[in-house]
Design a protein around this ligand. Sequence first.
Ligand code: SAM
Length: 277
Amino acid sequence: MRVDVVSIFPEYLAPLGLSLIGKARAAGVLDLAVHDLRGWTHDVHRTVDDTPYGGGPGMVMRPEPWGEALDALAPAADNAPRTGSPADEPPATSWADEPPTRLLVPGPAGVRFTQAMAHELATERHLIFACGRYEGIDQRVLEHAATRMPVTEVSLGDYVLFGGEVAVLVILEAVTRLLPGVLGNAGSLNEESHAHGLLEAPVYTKPPTWRGHDVPQILRSGDHGGIARWRREQGLLRTAARRPDMLAALPPEELDRRDVAALREAGFLVPPEDVAK
Ligand code: SAM
């Protein structure tokens, strides 16, 4: 996968050289480049912002450097939508089966980033991240880019950050660990929180007793079926307590009778229709 990140603070992205992302880059799984937006300015002050039309506080990122950056990183010829659509062709706003490039623009007004989106992004060939600062990027940059490639405004959550760089670090961590060959034990992806609509059970390691707190006996029993059941129930109970929205979104057929019994025993209400037949 190729990734280009454009920012006015490229040094903010230094952690992308560390740990498993750094290893993925070294191994050639991830071909990542960070670019300084100011490299696409032409005035002596390397200006990237200006006052907002309509007035108001703050500054807005000017479209020209962004336009040049995107032209350079996603050449129009590579990303041309299909045009001149006869009846049997898709509409002019669709791309070839696999669009070569997708633009991601972090922002609090974007769609919420989720594990499902991480999986989706992990299948892309080329991602460009446009890191906004100030009050954000002139909207015409996104409008124009959308004529050439899929554009997604993506939010980390319902709060406001200084800039998009932190969001890029988060998104790229979540995406990179899904790329084949990055995790030593890919099986762990299957059991994690959010992999199947539930939170993961708590985890423990040695020693068996620490400051008067014991590891649950079942985890030391060697009873693999019992351990799997315990983990399932702990995941369910955690999800019910912390993320009732996730439990409510779980298709009823995902809960078997033992799941329902465990939830009811712990005092969580499970509607009768949610009990698997
Ligand atoms: N005026 C914008 C608004 O209210 O929607 C907020 C701009 S914010 C101060 C500056 C930049 O931080 C944004 O362009 C975006 O890159 C980033 N940012 C802020 N909050 C974010 C969030 N929740 N998720 C992702 N990026 C965020």
